[in-house]
Write a protein of this length. Structure first.
Lengths: 510, 89
């Protein structure tokens, strides 16, 4: 007689409860030395549940099916010259930010979940971390694969990993994950699984995928969807982790709340980059940052925190500041990157008249009042042949590492400076959120590798910016950086699309 | 009461799943977005295996949902026979 097929619940129980053992000749504390020091109390690991109840056989089966679908589309995209069907070559600057800033984080997440999973004595938690580590590795690989096609035709894609480790603005996402991975295992889970995956990841992936689709980039929208189908599981792990920690012991509540506050703010700061991508880097725009924030944070996050209220958890600290920032942050980011395009691995332009009109419509309270006049001035300068590049180095926030460019949201003409003294030195911050994070663990953040400071200390390839850019960042002057107008990317695109002006053709004839 | 939601890739399989959800969840809202179908409902949303099988005309494993899933909001409860999303408020 054939054996009766196991139910989902039985299969999951056998995988996550039955393969472990109690150590007999070693103390459990020696095997899992990091489980206690954060102050989290676990009374019963058996209460850990993965509501998807995914087992390895099902995991491999469905993941293999996703990969087959994905790679069929990559092949079709490459075989049909997909790079010629995007909206405009300017679109690829968003993809360059993604490849240099975000894909390496997927790899970092894979390492983080491997390191963290090893530290849990609960078998269910170890298996959840194992599956997520494999997912994250898959995301890094598929993203690099998808974007490698563009590397054959455009500049700025060839040194992404080197640049991720070194370039000033890329230290923002890099330091976010470094911070999480150097925390304890439970903080890592609250940081990445809950605050990042559950609360904020939709802001990154969902509008980004729609944006790629609107701009004709079939390869990117497909890896985005394929990754997102894993994210739904990661988000579920995030909410289960939180409920598990809160149900295990009441002493865990204030610790978890502090981590939610910290990682919400760290995430909000990092995702400002996504706001800039959505509002300024997509030639065909889908949704403004403000709209994305309202749907994916205010509505979805609001429901989540109402659900968690029964445990004594409140919405994250400074959420009201983040809500004010939604009308400003993408513009303030865009100004900064525009000024420093000579030190960036992409081409940035001022918005066109049509784009400014879109921004006026999407930001009726702020764009015409504060930001349009600045862009108009910069466009005038550019028309005169005096495109503005900032020759100085920006002061950075010691926590998020973003230049100190954010204003007081109630007075957008005033930069928001905060500072604190520690061990005889003065440290600077962009916000109360970042200052609080530093003050809670100053010994951690005083060791941060600050890109602008390192340049001044002579550790980055030379004494002037061109030396740093060429020798240390591996950004080729005039090829990978500077304005899009006049770039080799623009020239090639126009050539392929037959967009050369009569003027250009005449020049060539002479 | 807050809304739970599920988003699926817009393709042939998801269209059957969306039809099954619509029939089994009175008052749910189906929103068609570029390349995506988003379905939301106050409080709770259930996908029943039998209803999806009826629409597709073949056997359907609840875990096949993973292939076409984009995102979800709400607490998950899954068994061999159904997949549910719910807020406990």
């Amino acid at each position: 007689m054939a054996a009766k097929k196991l139910s989902l619940k039985d299969k999951y129980r056998l995988l996550t409860r039955d393969l472990s053992w109690e150590p007999t000749y070693r103390d459990k504390k020696e095997i899992f030395p990091l489980e206690d020091f954060e102050g989290i109390k676990i009374t019963d690991w058996d209460k850990w549940e993965d509501p998807f109840r995914l087992t390895m056989d099902a995991y491999w089966k469905y993941q293999a099916e996703k990969e087959k679908k994905l790679y069929a589309i990559f092949d079709a995209f490459a075989q049909n010259n997909g790079h010629l069907n995007i909206s405009d070559a300017r679109y690829l600057n968003a993809i360059k930010v993604f490849l240099t800033g975000i894909s390496p984080l997927e790899y970092s997440a894979a390492q983080g979940f491997m390191q963290t999973g090893r530290q849990f004595s609960g078998q269910g938690a170890r298996i959840a971390c194992q599956m997520q580590a494999i997912d994250e590795l898959r995301h890094a690989q598929t993203q690099i694969h998808a974007m490698s096609h563009f590397n054959k035709y455009f500049d700025g894609f060839n040194e992404f990993m080197h640049q991720h480790q070194r370039v000033w603005y890329l230290s923002v996402p890099k330091s976010f994950f470094d911070d999480a991975r150097t925390a304890g295992p439970f903080e890592f889970m609250v940081a990445i699984s809950f605050s990042f995956e559950y609360v904020l990841t939709n802001l990154l992936f969902v509008p980004f995928m729609s944006g790629a689709a609107y701009n004709g980039d079939m390869a990117t929208v497909t890896f985005g969807f394929s990754a997102q189908s894993d994210e739904a599981r990661h988000m579920t792990l995030g909410i289960e982790v939180i409920k598990f920690l809160l149900e295990q012991h009441e002493d865990n509540v204030p610790i978890v709340q502090k981590w939610i506050d910290k990682w919400f703010w760290r995430g909000v700061r990092m995702l400002g980059i996504v706001g800039w991508m959505m509002d300024y880097l997509l030639p065909k725009k889908v949704m403004s940052w403000k709209e994305a924030w309202e749907v994916y944070y205010e509505e979805a996050g609001g429901a989540l925190f109402k659900d968690l209220a029964r445990y004594g958890i409140r919405p994250p600290k400074y959420v009201e500041v983040a809500e004010l920032e939604k009308e400003h942050i993408s513009h303030q980011f865009a100004f900064t990157l525009y000024q420093y395009t000579h030190a960036a691995a992409l081409h940035i332009t001022a918005p066109t008249e049509e784009e400014m009109n879109w921004l006026s419509e999407k930001y009726p309270n702020t764009f015409d009042k504060y930001y349009r006049p600045r862009w108009e001035y910069l466009r005038e300068q550019e028309a005169k042949g005096e495109r503005f590049y900032n020759g100085g180095l920006p002061q950075l926030c010691q926590t998020c590492q973003i230049p100190m460019v954010f204003t007081d949201m109630n007075d957008p003409t005033q930069i928001n400076y905060r500072d604190t003294h520690y061990d005889g030195e003065r440290f600077h911050f962009c916000s109360d959120g970042c200052k609080d994070i530093f003050n809670d663990e100053p010994e951690k953040y005083i060791h941060a590798w600050m890109p602008a400071h390192q340049i001044f200390m002579g550790n980055c390839g030379g004494a002037d910016l061109p030396s740093v850019v060429e020798n240390y960042y591996n950004i080729r002057m005039g090829i990978d950086n500077m304005d899009y107008h006049g770039s080799p990317d623009e020239a090639r695109w126009k050539e392929w699309k037959g967009l050369r002006s009569v003027e250009d053709k005449l020049k060539e004839a002479v | 009461m807050s809304k739970v939601y599920i988003a699926l890739q817009d393709n042939d399989e998801s269209r059957y799943i969306a039809e099954a959800i619509e029939e089994d969840n009175e008052g749910c809202t189906v929103i068609h977005q570029p390349a995506m179908i988003r379905i939301e409902r106050e409080g709770k949303l259930v996908i029943n295996r039998e209803s999806v099988e009826e629409k597709m005309g073949r056997d359907w494993d609840v875990q096949e949902l993973h292939i076409n899933l984009v995102t979800i909001g709400g607490n998950v409860d899954e068994s061999d026979d159904y997949f549910a999303l719910e807020w406990n408020q």
